[in-house]
Ligand binder design. Sequence first.
Ligand SMILES: Cc1cc2nc3c(=O)[nH]c(=O)nc-3n(C[C@H](O)[C@H](O)[C@H](O)COP(=O)(O)OP(=O)(O)OC[C@H]3O[C@@H](n4cnc5c(N)ncnc54)[C@H](O)[C@@H]3O)c2cc1C
Length: 317
Amino acid sequence: MNCNQDPPYKHGLRSDSLFLEHLRAVLKQSALLEYPELGRLNTWKLGGTALALLNAECEEDICSTIQNCVRNGVPWRVIGKGSNLLMPAFWPGVLIRLGRNFRRLEMVDQDFSATFGAGMADATAAQKLSQKGWSGLEFLIGIPGTIGGAVCMNAGAHGSETSDFLKSVDWLDEKGDWRRSNRDELNFAYRSSPFNSSEKSVVLMARFTLLSKNPEKVRQKMAKFHAFRIERQPQKQPNCGSVFRNPPNGNAAKLIEASGLKGKSFGGMQISEKHSNFMVNLGGATSDDAVKLIEFVREKVWIDHKVELRTEVHTLA
Ligand SMILES: Cc1cc2nc3c(=O)[nH]c(=O)nc-3n(C[C@H](O)[C@H](O)[C@H](O)COP(=O)(O)OP(=O)(O)OC[C@H]3O[C@@H](n4cnc5c(N)ncnc54)[C@H](O)[C@@H]3O)c2cc1C
């Protein structure tokens, strides 16, 4: 990984502006922001700028953006709240963020099914379910991402994961074609889904079938999860949750701690004093500080324990 390279300006300033002008002209409802500040688009508050950010309000605009990007050799990537993304100093592509029209919710009482727009915040989704006493996704209360990000990452906590109660997903493939897949057609595993493979796709909507329980019990479970996080995880310093996946039958935080790395820092990025698998931005950290610290931890854990840590955090590349 190298996040500190000079802006590549692969397409040259002139052709970039023509590309953006053309893209803006075909958009129906969505706004295109040029050179957005990446630090505002991720919870680590890292990174410089990207070529553009599409605040998408309809599928048609996402499709035209994907098709224009592909035709012009411009990279594209959908993002949620950037709570699991390491952003670089410059990214020469178009980021797609799902806007208000992708935050809808439909709940059907007869079969306890809930369909969430992929742009809805996880915590909002958990709260809406708890109001009805629908159980299964309580763990989402502590995950600061979106439903799309949760499906893509197969986010999980407290012994549950997003795919457990998933029924189907509506998504766009790498050509911008609409697809609907049932849960049993999709291969989910620990922090992994078909949507986070190298093939690009956009999750638009996810349907879940939940269990009906007493609303008070559901609320109590969420409160317990919330208290657990306050006690164990850094709350005030910018971070992206667990940096590394737990290795099979192991625990990344325990290995890092056993290597004596708690509190270790590079530039403005530090291994949290509270949770060894979290890295916190002390203020002014760069993407390169994060990359260096990640590489350092991987090397030290390998030397000490012969365990190869794999990152859970995704890199914009
Ligand atoms: C304080 C804190 C606590 C956390 N705790 C947990 C935890 O307990 N469990 C856990 O699993 N994670 C946890 N995380 C990590 C993170 O919140 C989750 O991985 C979350 O699901 C990411 O969602 P996001 O919307 O922010 O996605 P982003 O970080 O924006 O993106 C992550 C990946 O998903 C892709 N993506 C995003 N939206 C879509 C979409 N609509 N369609 C297709 N791909 C998409 C992106 O391209 C990227 O590859 C935590 C993070 C923080 C900061």
